[in-house]
Design a protein around this ligand. Structure first.
Ligand code: PA5
Length: 437
C-alpha cells in the first residue's frame, strides 16, 4: 500500500495544529459519503472504482485490442480532465524512450490539448500514409481545442481510408445525450463510451476517459482499477493526514504546495494533480497554489528559489521505493571524473541520497515537507495514488469552504476568445472588447 509521512512539517506547524484539523477532515469525508455538500451532483467518482464492472473493463480492453491491431498510431484528442489523467498514467508506466522504439501495437499520441498550429501540422505529417485511429474525448462535446483537432484529423482519416472505414477507427467518449460530439457520433456510427453526468472532467481518469487510452498504450487497466478499489475501501486515515496537514500549513501562511518527484516518469502525474487541486480549490479568492518540480533536474533551476526564496511554500514529495530496472555505476581505472567512490552502487541509490539530502536541506531552509511513498511505479500503486489524491482533494476543498467540483473561472477566457473570434452570439462582448483594445 502507498503511505504518507508528515513528520517533516512539524517545525512549521505542530502536531496539535494538525490534530485540531482532523475532525474537520473526517467531517469532510463524511459529507462526501453522505452526498450533502456543495457540488454533490458531481460525486460519481467516489465509488467509481468499486462500481466499474468486469464487463465494462472487458469492453474497454476489447476496443483497445482492436485499435492496437489495426493502427500504428492512436491519437487521443482531449484537454484538461479529458487528457491529463490518461497522459499521467501512460507516462508513469512507459519506457522513457518508447516513442523512438518500434514496439508492437499502436503508439498513443495526444492532440487537442493546445491550439499550436505547428503541433497540429507536425502531427498530421507524422500520420500521413500511416494506419491511425482516433479516440476523441470531450464531456461537453463543445470544447474548442479538441473540436479543432478532431475536425482536422477526422477529415484526414476519411481522406486516407474512406468515410466508412474511418468511422470504424474513431471512438468518441462524451456525454450520454448532449453536445455536438454526441450528435456527430450518432450520425457517423462511432463506437462510443459515456462520461456520466455526475463525474467531472478532472475526476474522470478511472472512467473510459482514462482507461481506454491507458489500455491502448498496453497497460493493465484492471490492475489500475483494483489499486483504486483498495484505496476506496481503506480507512480514510491517509487522506485525513494529507488534507489536515496541507490545510494546517496553508493556515500557517504556506500558500504554495509543490509536488516533487525524483522520477521523470512522474512529470505528468504532477500535471494531472495540479489540475485536480487547482481547479477544485482555487476559487472565491482562496486556495493553495499547486506547483510542481521534477528533481533532480529542477534542483539546477528552481532549487535556489525553493531553498532561499520567499518562505510561502511547502513540498509534497512522491518517492518510489523500487525502480523497475537496475543500472550500476561502473568502476573506471583512471577515475578522472572522481566517481569511483560510488562505483558498484545503483543509480537509484544516488537518486535516493539526493532526495534525502534535498529534503533535509529544504526543511532546514524553512520548507516543510510531506512524503508519499509508492512501493513501486506500477498500475496498482498508481490506482491507489489517483484515488487517494481525488478523495483528499474533495475533503480539502470542503475544509477550505469551497465547492471543489465546479470550475466557473475557466469560462472567462473562453468568453473573450469567442468574442475576439466573432463567434455568433457574442456580438455584445465583441463590441465591448473592441472598445478596450
Ligand atoms: O475538469 C474539467 O471539467 C475540465 O478540465 C474539462 O475536463 C476540460 O475543460 C475539457 O472539457 P470537455 O471534456 O468538456 O471537453
Amino acid at each position: 500500500m502507498i503511505s504518507i509521512c508528515n513528520k517533516s512539517v512539524l517545525g512549521t506547524v505542530s502536531e496539535k495544529d494538525i490534530e485540531a484539523l482532523k475532525p474537520q477532515a473526517l467531517a469532510a469525508a463524511q459529507t462526501l459519503e453522505k452526498g450533502d455538500g456543495a457540488g454533490n451532483d458531481f460525486l460519481g467518482w467516489l465509488h467509481l472504482p468499486s462500481e466499474i464492472t468486469a464487463a465494462e473493463l472487458d469492453d474497454i480492453n476489447a476496443t483497445a485490442r482492436q485499435l492496437r491491431q489495426e493502427c500504428d498510431y492512436v491519437v487521443v484528442i482531449g484537454i484538461g480532465g479529458s487528457y491529463l489523467g490518461a497522459k499521467a498514467v501512460i507516462e508513469a508506466l512507459s519506457d522513457n524512450f518508447a516513442a523512438y522504439k518500434q514496439n508492437e501495437g499502436a503508439k498513443v499520441v495526444f492532440a487537442g490539448n493546445n491550439i499550436g498550429e505547428d503541433y497540429l501540422y507536425d502531427l498530421m505529417r507524422l500520420l500521413e500514409g500511416k494506419r491511425f485511429g482516433i479516440v476523441v474525448i470531450s464531456k461537453s462535446g463543445t470544447t474548442t481545442e479538441p473540436a479543432i483537432a478532431f475536425r482536422l484529423l477526422k477529415a484526414m482519416l476519411e481522406k486516407q481510408v474512406g468515410k466508412a472505414e474511418a468511422s470504424k477507427l474513431i471512438v468518441a467518449i462524451t456525454d450520454a445525450k448532449r453536445g455536438a460530439l454526441r450528435s456527430l457520433a450518432t450520425q457517423e456510427g462511432y463506437k462510443t463510451y459515456v462520461i456520466a453526468d455526475n463525474v467531472g472532467g478532472r475526476f474522470s481518469v478511472l472512467t473510459p476517459v482514462g482507461l481506454l487510452p491507458v489500455a491502448i498504450a498496453g497497460f493493465d487497466i484492471n490492475a489500475l482499477v483494483a489499486g483504486a478499489v483498495e484505496m476506496e475501501k481503506a480507512p480514510a486515515d491517509m487522506m485525513v493526514d494529507y488534507a489536515a496537514t496541507r490545510n494546517a500549513l496553508y493556515q500557517a501562511g504556506k500558500k504554495v504546495e509543490i509536488l516533487v518527484n525524483y522520477n521523470p516518469n512522474l512529470h505528468f502525474l504532477a500535471e494531472w494533480w495540479k489540475q485536480l487541486y487547482g481547479e477544485s480549490e482555487g476559487k472565491d479568492g482562496k486556495g493553495i497554489f499547486p506547483a510542481s518540480v521534477d528533481f533532480t533536474t529542477d534542483l539546477h533551476s528552481m532549487g535556489q528559489w525553493i531553498q532561499d526564496g520567499e518562505r510561502t511554500i511547502f513540498e509534497t514529495v512522491i518517492t518510489v521505493e523500487r525502480q523497475r530496472n537496475e543500472v550500476v555505476i561502473p568502476t573506471d581505472n583512471a577515475d578522472l571524473d572522481g566517481l569511483n567512490y560510488i562505483a558498484g552502487r545503483r543509480v537509484d541509490e544516488v537518486n535516493k541520497m539526493a532526495e534525502l539530502g534535498t529534503r533535509l536541506a529544504h526543511v532546514d531552509g524553512g520548507v516543510p515537507c510531506m512524503l508519499i511513498t509508492l512501493p513501486a511505479l506500477n498500475e496498482k500503486y498508481l490506482g491507489q495514488l489517483i484515488y487517494f489524491f481525488e478523495k483528499a482533494c474533495g475533503m480539502s476543498g470542503y475544509m477550505l469552504g469551497v465547492n471543489p467540483f465546479n470550475q466557473p473561472g475557466v469560462e472567462a477566457y473562453k468568453r473573450n476568445m469567442f468574442a475576439l473570434l466573432n463567434k455568433p452570439g457574442y456580438e455584445a462582448q465583441s463590441a465591448e472588447l473592441a472598445k478596450r483594445l
